[in-house]
Design a protein around this ligand. Structure first.
Ligand code: FBP
Ligand code: MG
Ligand code: MG
Length: 312
């Protein structure tokens, strides 16, 4: 039985989406067993980006790599691998963050898988180092109280939820719509002392609440899983910031353009939100390096526009 029905999915892409969902069902099952199964959060090495790899990062990467070649993926670029792999002679180039939110694996908080799909070009790297606007699909699978998938094929953002009885992803929302104004903002406030002034100004305006220039109260949220944060913002709005800061190696922030920022930007823009580097639209930018980082601000339009004004 397929893990997702072909309705709502462009025919050419269906085998890829089906392979992502079927593998997602297996990964979700492994995560749900948590400490009853094999150790998932144990450190097993370091990836090219210098992040510690946990056992589940590697397990998820292996599972998606195995499933995607036969499904039509020619080039596979993973956050967990140094270079692009050639999996077969399919038509697509797929970039993946196999397990996003690794620091939450052992604390039973939502984590996910992020993917971005392009038409494959002749060269492996050139298939990914191109304008983010050339993505033909992008999405994430979320492993949380519900396992679900948000996906865009360039005509809106769709939300699916996996029915735990049948293990099939069912359409829950055909067209996600992010409200224009937010009541919540998200940033890792532990690094406030390193932030640029325009980030400090935006957060101070939110903190000033009703008495400040924005004239309303905001709540603060930080899950430390980009997938969970994006899911909340797609569902009820909000603003997310992970910009560059003054820490060594954080000049461009923490998140990677190819595996995290470009696909989330497509989902957000397709749901009526806005995604920038603080000023410029992410979808107008081109990744320069496979593992390169990218400052990222996204969410409700009014808020992201305010960030751009403060950025100057
Ligand atoms: O620990 P920090 O600096 O708050 O960073 C949290 C961010 O790092 C990430 O966990 C990075 O992703 P990975 O877990 O795939 O490395 C994001 O999901 C999250 O938004
Ligand atoms: Mg990630
Ligand atoms: Mg990851």
């Amino acid at each position: 039985m397929p893990a997702i029905a072909p309705d709502h999915i462009p025919e050419r892409l269906y085998p890829v989406i089906e392979a992502l969902c079927a593998t997602g069902v297996d990964v979700a099952r492994t995560i749900a067993r948590g400490p009853l199964g094999q150790s998932l959060a144990e450190g097993v090495g370091e990836n090219t980006g210098g992040d510690q790899q946990k056992a589940l990062d590697v397990m998820a990467d292996e599972a998606f790599e195995k499933a995607l070649g036969p499904a039509g993926v020619k080039f596979y670029a993973s956050e967990e691998q140094e270079g692009v792999l050639t999996l077969g002679d399919g038509a697509f180039a797929l970039a993946i963050d196999p397990l996003d939110g690794s620091s939450n694996i052992d604390v039973n908080v939502s984590i996910g898988t992020i993917f971005s799909i392009f038409e494959a070009e002749d060269g492996a790297e050139e298939s990914f180092l191109r304008p983010a606007s050339e993505q033909i699909a992008a999405g994430y699978i979320i492993y949380g109280p519900q396992t679900g998938m948000a996906v865009s094929f360039g005509d809106g953002t769709l939300m699916f939820v996996m029915d735990p009885e049948t293990r099939v992803f069912e359409l829950a929302e055909a067209r996600m719509a992010i409200p224009a104004a937010a009541k919540e903002y998200s940033i890792n406030a532990g690094y406030r002392r390193h932030w640029p002034d325009w980030v400090k100004s935006f957060v101070e305006e939110c903190e000033a609440g009703k008495e400040g220039p924005r004239g309303k109260d905001y709540s603060f949220r930080w899950v430390a899983s980009l997938v969970a944060e994006t899911h909340r913002i797609l569902t009820r709005g909000g603003t997310f910031l992970y910009t560059g800061d003054a820490r060594p190696a954080y000049a461009e922030g923490r998140l990677r353009m190819v595996y995290e920022v470009a696909p989330m930007a497509m989902l957000i823009e397709q749901a009526g939100g806005m995604a920038t580097d603080g000023k410029r639209p992410i979808l107008s930018l081109t990744a320069e390096k496979l593992h390169g980082k990218q400052p990222f601000v996204f969410g409700c339009r009014d808020e992201v526009e305010r960030v751009a004004e403060l950025h100057g």
